[in-house]
Ligand binder design. Sequence first.
Ligand code: RB5
Length: 153
Amino acid sequence: MRVAVGADHGGYDLKVAVVAALVENGHDVLDLGAFDASPSDYPDFSLAVAEAVRSGRAERGVLVCGSGVGACVAANKVPGIRASTIHDTFSAHQGVEDDDLNVLCLGARVIGAQLALEVVRTFLGARFSGAERHRRRLDKVEAIEGRFARDEE
Ligand code: RB5
């Protein structure tokens, strides 16, 4: 799978581990930075990863910051992005199966590297169920997005 990955300085070390694991597992990785651990701003990487997913350049995205929170808040501002901060394997697959999650956010200061890699593996291995009730709920989520987009025109 083509996966876009990004991190600020808080997530840099874990991003390096995530990229290495993805490559080792045969994924096509679009590494959108940061490329060192010097201070940076998480919205820059959220935007880059979110745009890659929205445009179809990547099927899924993984973002890492210190807590996983800021990167997630920023990514969700991009229409079509369904990002969540997740540190457990149950949510990593259920978020995709039920909510069609397309961007996973991790907090490098919260989760250990081994569990993080398992969460990433689980997220990428899951598929949206397509069940009618989940589509209906996603339609409502999109309607909220559309309503506020129109208000700002
Ligand atoms: C950076 O210090 C930190 O605020 C950032 O990585 C992230 O945790 C924000 O949510």
